[in-house]
Design a protein around this ligand. Structure first.
Ligand code: M7G
Length: 188
């Protein structure tokens, strides 16, 4: 028996660059798609845990048909909630990433019928693990409250205390800054 998910999801992997000439597109690959709980666990149990990935690796879990890039038509007007865990030894990134993925595929981050969430990402970096949640909009057209609610739920999934801040930024800001470290638009 298979327990269907509401959406079909694709797992993508960004491998660490092996030479200087490697660009973003050479490194990003779609790994597999699934649409049931059982298939999710099958994938999860057979791939490298976050904590064992090399520096500059990313996992991206996105709705099928959406590339985990700013340029994708379904992302280009959107943004992301994100948080960087700077004490890599203190946190259990495998557990946090698992909970993030379960919240995404279980559709507990947004209300039924909403279509804000595009995917979730984990970045393995030298000084931190960053976990992100990509949304379709930046909350301009009256959708701000909804984005804040999604941010708060994501913050709960990441088990962050009220004293920590999760930041939202639009992808166009990120693209212009040439990096993800753009100015935060909202915080929860
Ligand atoms: P990052 O992995 O989001 O953050 O972006 P980091 O600075 O902590 O590693 C690193 C770099 O990857 C960016 O400066 C871009 O060169 C490239 N990159 C990341 N993303 C998410 C995209 C994207 O969506 N599109 C393109 N074209 N490049 C990206």
């Amino acid at each position: 028996v298979k327990h269907p998910l509401l959406n079909t999801w694709s797992l993508w992997f960004t491998k660490p660059p092996s030479s200087k000439g490697d660009n973003w597109n050479d490194l990003l690959k779609e790994v597999i798609s699934f649409d049931s709980v059982e298939e999710f666990w099958g994938v999860y149990n057979n791939i490298t845990a976050c904590s064992d990935l090399g520096l500059k690796s990313d996992y991206h879990l996105f709705k099928k048909g959406v590339r985990p890039e700013w340029e994708d038509p379904q992302n280009k007007h959107g943004g992301k909630w994100s948080y960087s865990f700077k004490d890599k030894k203190l946190i259990n990134i495998d557990e946090l990433w698992l909970h993030t993925q379960l919240a995404a595929i279980g559709e507990t981050l947004e209300d039924e019928g909403d279509q804000e969430i595009m995917g979730v990402v984990v970045n393995v970096r030298k000084g931190f693990f960053r976990v992100g949640l990509w949304t379709r909009t930046t909350g301009k057209a009256g959708g701000r409250d909804n984005l804040m609610k999604i941010g708060q739920r994501f913050k709960d999934v990441l088990q962050l205390p009220a004293t920590e801040q999760l930041e939202f930024s639009g992808h166009t800001d990120a693209a212009h800054a040439g990096s993800t470290r753009a100015k935060a638009k909202y915080t929860v």
